[in-house]
Ligand binder design. Structure first.
Ligand SMILES: [Ca+2]
Ligand SMILES: [Ca+2]
Ligand SMILES: [Ca+2]
Ligand SMILES: [Ca+2]
Length: 285
């Protein structure tokens, strides 16, 4: 993780290409293409600088090609910089990015939640009043219709307010909301991670212990089972612990984990964005 390199490793063939110069977008794209044609067990790692200190990482598939796109929201100028897709002015300083596919077209839509007035501004869709200062936006598809639902988690009372669906008490003030589909029914489940005891409380699914205080929850589908795996990134040692999956060291303290589908295969990949340098470190496999 110290050098900027691209390496491709698989069980059947070992082919490594190290790029000692800065990774250009075209080179990263090449590595990605090679990775997808290699063995299933292939691991591809690459890195690219995209973003500046102070930015908020918002990697998602904005273009709709199934690959997550490197992206940052820059509070200082209100722009979204999405690599390979474009730059868009949307939001102001203090806004919380809330990108999701609100239109069910396979493309994640640019959106922000504004804590100061409780409004959601969804680019190309509209604006909606839903929330109060202090709320945490948790847009996900809770009813499985393909459209992300506007929703907030309110730490002050532990309630989830899901627009058009309902209100649910689930959580405590210091919990971190981690809504995902944990049981493969295509509906996102209300869930919280409790840092104080490493507990995961998943509504309608169960309670589990996975992680320690100080861990950052990074639940996603790393094992391609069609549901999110419990997972944490531990800043103190840079390890990703995936329940039922492999343990991988990827990242350092201060990195912001951004798991996503960077390999285009439906598998979540371990990815971190380093605010100090603006470099994304991508571990596909
Ligand atoms: Ca994409
Ligand atoms: Ca969309
Ligand atoms: Ca929905
Ligand atoms: Ca579910």
């Amino acid at each position: 993780m110290k050098r900027i390199t691209v390496s491709i490793v698989s069980a059947a063939c070992v082919a490594a290409a190290a790029l000692t110069t800065a990774v250009a977008p075209s080179q990263a794209a090449t590595a990605r293409a090679e990775g997808t044609t290699a063995e299933a067990a292939a691991t591809v790692t690459w890195s690219a600088r995209w973003g500046l200190k102070g930015d908020i990482p918002v990697a998602n598939d904005y273009g709709g090609d199934k690959y997550a796109d490197l992206a940052v929201f820059r509070p200082s100028d209100g722009y979204w910089y999405i690599r390979g897709v474009g730059n868009y002015r949307w939001g102001v300083k203090g806004d919380v990015p809330a990108p999701r596919d609100y239109t069910n077209d396979g493309r994640v839509d640019i959106a922000v939640y504004r804590p100061s007035n409780g409004y959601w501004y969804i680019r190309g869709v509209g604006s909606y009043k839903w929330g109060l200062p202090g709320d945490i936006p948790v847009p996900k598809d809770y009813n499985g219709d393909g459209y992300a639902d506007i929703a907030v988690y309110r730490p002050s009372n532990g309630y989830w307010y899901i627009r058009g669906i309902g209100n649910y008490p689930w959580g405590l003030s210091k919990d971190i909301p981690v809504p995902r589909d944990y049981n493969s029914d295509r509906r996102v489940d209300i869930a919280v991670f409790r840092p104080s005891n490493g507990g995961w409380y998943i509504r309608g699914v169960g309670n589990y212990t996975w992680g320690l205080s100080g861990d950052i929850p990074v639940a996603s589908d790393y094992t391609v089972m069609g549901r999110a795996d419990l997972a944490v990134f531990r800043p103190s040692n840079g390890y990703w612990y995936v329940r039922g999956g492999s343990t991988v060291q990827w990242g350092v303290a201060g990195d912001e984990p951004q798991p996503g589908n960077f390999g285009g295969d439906g598998r979540a990949d371990r990815v971190v964005w380093r605010p100090s340098t603006g470099v994304w470190w991508v571990h596909v496999g």
